[in-house]
Design a protein around this ligand. Sequence first.
Ligand code: FPP
Length: 225
Amino acid sequence: MNKLNHLAIIMDGNGRWAKSKGLIRTNGHKVGANVVEDITSYCCQKGIANLTLYAFSTENWKRPKSEVDFLMNLLEKFLIEKRENFVKNGIKFHTIGDLEPFNNSLKNEISNLKNLTANCDKLNLILAINYGARDEITRAVNNALQSGENISEKSISSHLDTSEFGDVDLLIRTGGEQRLSNFLLWQASYAELYFTPTLWPEFTSKELDEIISSYQKTHRKFGGL
Ligand code: FPP
């Protein structure tokens, strides 16, 4: 049975879900944030060590300012509201991506939650925010060069934002699109990919459980036999 050390999810379909219910797009994000909590709890219970969620890409700034502002506020609220829950359940909070462009208030909450959960050791919850794999790989190569290292797969891997979490084993995308959208391109080189038509606000731990069961039975070859 394949071990699942690192699960990564592209949470897509919030806007379409809202539209299908006659709601505005941001309602989809709001419900989506509740699903983040459910899926995180499930991963905790199942003993999955690392969960990376794509919450905001380097390209998402192109959305209308009102939607970007809503997402930033929602994220900040989430980080404040989930404090107790994270500590109680041993969830250690991390981010990947360039935090520079975020406002100070959000940066402070990110830093607060990281400090507060620094000793938690059940699950690493890694939020990808202002994240793009090309940006991450470019930063990693520049950092390796600045440290005077020879460029190799090992040196690049060690400078990636995800260096402590390892390669992705299973990458799921909800919402029916079959693309990676600049998410963990290096780390997902040998990941098993799973695309589900379910829109993120309707994604459940039951569906995740079924996907994981199927992943566990897959024959992973890593280029071998
Ligand atoms: C993609 O759906 C989703 C996003 C760009 C944002 C993801 C955010 C959340 C799941 C909620 C907030 C998360 C946290 C951690 C508080 P889309 O809007 O592109 O959907 P569409 O393809 O149907 O338009």
